[in-house]
Design a protein around this ligand. Structure first.
Ligand SMILES: [Zn+2]
Length: 175
């Protein structure tokens, strides 16, 4: 078996093992040793991550309930401006005592390693198509400049010239 190497995500559970009903809470403030996520928006290496962890001894192992609170950063998928996004996920996994149980995680020696369960949940929670604002109009395909709201136009939707003058008037009143 691989030798146990402590990381910011590992926690000793010696005092809980094989004592069903015992439980303990622990707060983690982690400086992320490795980036989480590969998309336009990810939780960067060095980002702060707060974990609110409850560990509960059950018959088959240690039940870990984790509330994750962190911030992802990246760029808007439309206009490429930098953005940050709060990421909050609540997860629960069982760390089993024995590998032959039908569980994804197990207690290693007398520790549990929360990193993989946290990583999986955080990556799933990251926006696939992040936008700086829901109404972001993106970049002008001709100039490459950011478009203002007045220029926003859904693909394939052309403006009837008879309405164009009226729309111009409306957008002038908006500003
Ligand atoms: Zn944008």
């Amino acid at each position: 078996m691989a030798r146990f190497v402590p990381t910011p995500f590992t926690v000793g559970v010696h005092d809980l093992m094989h004592r069903p009903g015992e439980q303990r809470e622990k707060l983690f403030d982690i400086v992320l040793p490795e980036q989480m996520g590969e998309g336009l928006v990810a939780v960067a290496k060095g980002a702060r991550m707060h974990l609110d962890v409850r560990l509960e001894s059950v018959h088959e192992g240690i039940l870990a309930t984790v509330d994750v609170d962190t911030e992802a950063s990246g760029e808007c998928g439309r206009c490429l401006e930098p953005l940050t996004e709060v990421v909050q996920v609540d997860i629960q996994e069982l760390f089993a005592y024995s590998l032959d149980e039908a569980f994804d995680y197990c207690v290693t020696d007398d520790h549990v390693d929360l990193e993989q369960m946290v990583r999986d949940a955080v990556v799933l929670a990251l926006p696939f198509q992040p936008v700086c604002r829901p109404e972001c109009a993106g970049l002008d395909p001709e100039t490459g400049e950011r478009r203002s709201e007045g220029q926003a136009q859904s693909p394939g939707e052309s403006i009837d010239p008879r309405w164009a003058a009226l729309q111009k008037l409306a957008s002038e009143q908006d500003s």
